[in-house]
Every structure is written in C-alpha cells, then in structure tokens.
Ligand binder design. Sequence first.
Ligand code: ADP
Length: 378
Amino acid sequence: MKSKSIGILGGGQLGRMLIQKGMDWNIPFSVLDPDPQAPCSQLASFTCGKLTDYEAVLAFGSSCDIVTVEIENVNTRALKALEQQGKQVFPQPEVIELIQDKRTQKKFFVDHGIPTADYMLTANRADVASNVDFLPAVNKLGREGYDGRGVQVLRSAEDLPKAFDAPGLLEKLVPIHKEISVIVVRNGEGLVTAFPPVEMVFHPEANLVDFLFSPAEIAPEVAERALVIAKEVIVELRMIGILAVEMFVTPEGGILVNEIAPRPHNSGHQTIEGNMTSQYEQHLRAILNLPLGDTRVIHPTAMVNLLGEEGFAGEARYLGLEGVLTIPGAYVHLYGKVITKPFRKMGHVTIVDDDLDSLKKKANFVKSTLKVTAWPSH
Ligand code: ADP
C-alpha cells in the first residue's frame, strides 16, 4: 500500500521528531515554515511561507493527503477550505481554533465539566483594575501568549500596572503542589489512549520546563484521575491526533486543567526512549487511523531541555557534549537550530535509569554540563 503523504504546518523540533519517526514507515512528508533554516528544512520537501497566511497554507495543503500541525498559530480558515477539498486535517481546524484563544479554552472546560481554576474574562488593563477584588490572580493573554510570555501574576493592587492591556482573562491564583501533563490520543475510530502522567519542573525565570520526570511521583489515585480527565477532554473535543493536557495537582490532591495543546508536546519528548511507543509515533498512528500503540513506561526517565544560555546570541556552539555522552542512558537530541538566543529551545537530553536517585543526579549533571553558547562573530 502506498503511504499517504503528510504535510506539517511548522518546521520546528516537534515536526522534526515526527518526521524522524515517520521515515521508519516510508511516509512522505512536506513542511511549511517561514524560516528557511527551520529544523525540518533539510528533512522533507520544504516550502517557505507564513503559517498564518491563507493563500500560503491553502497552496501548501493542496499537495498533501493529510495536513497536521506542530504549532497552533496557523490559518484555520485555510484548513477548513482544505477539508472542503477533501483533505484530511488532524487536529480538526475547529479544535485548533478553540485552542488558539485561552478564553475559549477555559469556556470549553467549564461547559464540559472539566475541573479548572475559576476565571473571569477581561477586555483590557482598566477592566482588570476594576476587578481588583478577584486578586490574587493570574492575568493571561487570550491570544498568542506562549512559554510564559502571556502570563502575569497579579498578587495585589500594586501589581495592576503589569496587567495586559488586551483581551484576556483573570484566573484565580491556585496553590500548586505539582505540575503534571498527560498526553492523550484519539484515532478516527474513537479509540483513546493516554501516556502515564509526567511531572514538570519549571525554570523560575524563563518559565520553560527545564526538568521533567516520568512517571510523575504522585499517588496512584491522583494519576488515575488525571488520566480520566485527559481522556474526557479529548473525547469532548472529538479530536483526532495527539493532545497534551497540562494540569495542576493541588496540595489536597485535586486536579485542575491549566491548558491544552493539540500537537506533540515538550512534555512528551521522553516517550522516545522511555515508553513502548513515542508520542510522535502515536500521533502518526492516530492521524493515519492505524491501531494505537502501547503507552506504558519502560523505564523512569528525566528530560532536560537544552536552552540557549543567557548572554549569548549567534551561531550555536555546544559545550560539554563529550561529558554527557559518557553517562550511561543519556540520549542527546539537538534540533539543528543554526542560531541560539537566550532561553531558545535548542535540544533536549533524555536520561533513562531505573534507580531514581541516580536518575536525578544524572539529570543535574547534564543540566550543569551541557551548555549552548555562541561562536564569536567575525
Ligand atoms: P503558557 O501558555 O505560557 O505556558 P500557562 O498558562 O501554562 O502559560 O502558565 C504558565 C505558568 O504559570 C504555569 O505553568 C504555572 O506555573 C503558572 N500558572 C498559570 N496559571 C496559574 C494559576 N491559575 N495559579 C497559579 N499558577 C498558575
């Protein structure tokens, strides 16, 4: 049987790892990205173009059998037109549209009984200021905030100048015991599987995940509830493909859904080495309507994001690689990004070790050893 061709909107690291898996199955890929040096540019048939441009997305998708995304900020009107032409688009354009705005995401959770922190909509900074009684809260931009850039904690009236002067929401500041993520997937027949929850540890400044442990160290009943909630979300969305569900575990062991992403996710990188099936393979299985894979954890893993060092911008230089390669069970993934910038995601390292103490020590060693700086410019 001839494989269907898959077009990916976005040519970053998530697309790159999806292609790396798909090559094992002889799947022809094409990629659309505005950056001619994007991580996928050398791996597939590559088109340079804007993901938010109607004509660019429509023209790109017309030559593929299936269109998928590795980023949410894409032109959904063009995706709907492609569906009308008979193309398969997974995740469905309606799902991408709903997720593009944190306000519609929250409304969806509330309308479908998905537990989430209380919130109210706000139109601008003045609107936030007139709701000072709602503080302490987290002010979130409705659209186009990501990796912590659209999130501002407002503890008291003094913080009001930090509020966003754009449509968004105010969300009650909730006590967080742990931040976890469940990656869940659904295929065209409605079959659903989920990966065991993982636990994220954030970089205090950059607000990016920089340590991740799998499986999460949480009570079995909390893990079970997280899986049930993640499955509810994808079933209610009726989406096809992979969905990351980020959640907070409260000190009492309750779960609140924070946000969702309908694509392979940073919190699923470790499935490549740590689980029976990787998130990338599972997404391909789902969108090709193939049997879904076994999601079980084979070994506990730690995943360290490799971020561009502060103070360096320019052609990427990797320091400490040899040291990391001496560690048994350390797997280095570099994303092929030519230029580094402070906190840019340049790669990740997954460490596999059945001994949890040794695993955490190795993760710390990797974090302190492997650095991305820049070559001196000429
Ligand atoms: P982004 O889309 O930029 O990742 P998030 O909505 O995930 O933004 O928020 C970033 C971080 O802010 C979360 O990982 C969490 O640590 C903190 N946060 C977000 N919402 C709340 C909340 N309601 N209460 C407490 N902390 C929160």
